[in-house]
Ligand binder design. Structure first.
Ligand code: NDP
Ligand code: OXD
Length: 308
């Protein structure tokens, strides 16, 4: 029985160490030293690989080395193989830090002050108190819920948009496509924490951006393909969107001539809002080995019918 690690090679030693301390009965192997491929029952991978079952006929669980699973072709994965996300509380804490940073940067006009600084202009803007700023989160999953909880003590007016109704501290949860435009219409700052699925691809487009209040800020920490980039660019150029903090793009890294690199109203980071935490991830695997032996439902499994 072995677990094959096929994700970021520079982190492999850390994973090996964590496995040796935690799941003693699982032999850890690192791609490309597979040994006998029939031994591989568990696989940790980030990028998709073709003909998985031909390579590893005894595969039982594919662990995504991250929260997102949009990189996998789910139709290529037989039903008896579980797809599991390696998410933990620390990953959500780290994401919440980024969200707070991005919301405060937009709330306190940091994009304007960067421009002023470059121009050597000492140009104070009116201060808007947090209690007058409406902040909305799209996607109330593991990450979205913690982000909302951490935003609450800052005093913003909070709301969220989700497929199913969930509690929003001090605010409203808008539900389903029918309430999307109503939700957007009351977001001074919008945070995207949706998973990428056929339903959410391109969800931030000319039509939905047009539903935001004039000058709204956007934080995209979901996936680049949630945003139609040319529509966002147009909205930034007209001032409909006042500023965007983007951690994810359709193509990463973007081409050298991509307009977001130098756009004064865009703050770009290289997909670092959060990442998989090795200790927490190995703990998920250990708990799942325990659960599998007792015939219990595995933790963090992806619902194939929903795609997340
Ligand atoms: P979860 O699967 O835990 O949560 C997804 C949430 O989105 C659920 O609340 C779900 O609703 C909601 N949702 C899904 N589809 C729709 C829809 N069509 N309409 C409305 N709501 C919908 O995901 P996580 O919170 O763990 O992660 C979210 C995403 O964050 C990841 O998929 C990944 O793309 C991104 N990410 C980005 C990182 C970065 O560094 N930038 C790092 C980690 C993750 P319901 O509750 O009803 O099921
Ligand atoms: C993830 C990510 O999905 O880092 O884990 O984007």
């Amino acid at each position: 029985m072995c677990i094959l690690y096929m994700a970021e090679p520079s982190s492999a030693a850390e994973w090996r160490q964590a496995f040796s301390e935690t799941v003693l009965e699982l032999e850890f192997r690192q791609w490309p030293d597979v040994g006998d491929p029939r031994d591989v029952e568990y696989l940790i991978a980030w990028k998709p690989m073709p003909r998985l079952m031909e390579q590893f006929p005894n595969l039982k669980v594919l662990y995504s080395a991250g929260a997102g699973v949009d990189q996998f072709d789910l139709s290529d994965l037989p039903e008896h193989v579980s797809l599991v996300r390696l998410v933990d509380g620390t990953m959500a804490d780290i994401m919440a830090e980024y969200v707070i940073f991005a919301v405060l940067a937009l709330h306190r006009d940091m994009l304007d002050y960067q421009i002023s600084q470059r121009d050597r202009a000492w140009a104070p803007l009116p201060i808007i108190p947090a209690c007058e700023r409406r902040v909305g989160v799209m996607g109330l999953g593991n990450l979205g819920q913690v982000a909302l909880e951490r935003l609450q003590p800052l005093g913003f007016q909070l709301s969220a948009w989700n497929r199913s109704p969930k509690d929003v501290p001090g605010g409203r949860c808008f539900v389903g496509v029918e309430q999307l435009h109503e939700f957007l219409g009351q977001c001074d700052i919008l945070i995207n924490l949706l998973p990428l699925t056929p339903e959410t691809t391109g969800i931030l487009n000319a039509n939905t951006l047009g539903a935001l209040p004039m000058g709204a800020g956007i934080v995209n920490v979901g996936r680049g393909a949630h945003v139609i980039e040319k529509d966002l660019l147009a909205a930034l150029d007209t001032g409909k969107v006042g500023g965007a903090v983007l951690d994810v793009l359709d193509q990463e890294p973007p081409q050298p001539d991509h307009p977001f690199w130098r756009h004064p109203r865009v703050l770009l980071t290289p997909h670092i809002a959060s990442n998989v935490q090795v200790k927490g991830a190995v703990d998920v695997v250990a708990r799942n080995v325990y659960r599998e032996r007792r015939g219990l439902q595995l933790l963090n499994t992806v619902d194939r019918s929903k795609g997340y």
